[in-house]
Design a protein around this ligand. Structure first.
Ligand code: FMN
Length: 205
């Protein structure tokens, strides 16, 4: 039996908190994934208790939370407005690792949303104006028409952030780090926030 001693030392015996461990895994993902190491699944629950999940790009993170951007008139945003408890899931295939996070999603300040918007290429800014995310689109022509309209509209001026484009910071309450070990003897390490400190324990695979 292979007990994967290296992994054991890395996640079981060290004194790292969840953010240090996340940063270390995220760095490895950035160095190893062929694309989008920042792709994560975001799960929300509707008012009639129907869960929905979709992939989103993590914009940035620090110890205060995980930020993503989106149209705040989209389905996901409507669900978050009625229930801000969400779950995130990162799966890094090349590393054979998963990180699951649960927490509360909080709308970004205008200042932060502007900063995120300004980081985007001009074409993506135009696309944000043109898209009524999650609404019915009768045909692609209409979307192209809307893109051209906003290209003309902003032709000689900078593209400002539409009021319906912002994002959320997910403030974590729970982390689970999962690392593949041969024969399904995987590591599962959980951090649960208890007042201001993080309790750490392991789970059976
Ligand atoms: C890899 C990947 C990254 C994505 N990143 C984003 C993102 O950062 N923001 C976003 O609103 N949608 C993103 N999407 C699209 C969403 O998965 C989803 O289709 C869209 O947000 C509408 O979801 P909703 O109808 O549940 O609101 C991404 C999709 C993929 C596959």
């Amino acid at each position: 039996m292979n007990f994967d001693l290296d992994k054991q030392i890395l996640i079981e015996e060290n004194k790292q908190g969840p953010f240090e461990l996340f940063s270390s895994w995220y760095k490895s993902a950035v160095n190893n994934e062929i694309n989008n190491p920042n792709a994560m699944n975001v799960a929300t629950v509707s008012t009639n208790m129907q869960p929905t999940s979709r992939m989103i790009l993590l914009k940035e993170y620090d110890e205060s939370g995980f930020i993503f951007n989106t149209n705040i008139e989209s389905n996901k945003s409507r669900e978050i407005e009625s229930n801000n408890l969400v779950a995130l899931n990162f799966h890094w295939k090349s590393l054979h690792r998963q990180v699951r996070i649960q927490g509360k999603a909080v709308l970004l300040s205008d200042k932060k949303a502007n900063q995120c918007f300004n980081d985007r290429p001009r074409e993506s800014k135009i696309a944000a104006w043109a898209s009524k995310q999650s609404e019915l689109l009768p045909n692609r022509k209409l979307l192209n028409k809307r893109v051209h309209y906003y290209e003309n509209f902003f032709s000689n001026i900078s593209v400002e952030r539409p009021s319906f484009w912002s994002g959320y910071k997910v403030i974590p309450q729970y982390f689970e780090f999962w690392w593949d070990v041969k024969f399904r003897l995987h590591y599962r390490v959980v951090f649960n926030k208890n007042k201001k400190k993080w309790d750490k324990h392991m789970l059976y695979p």
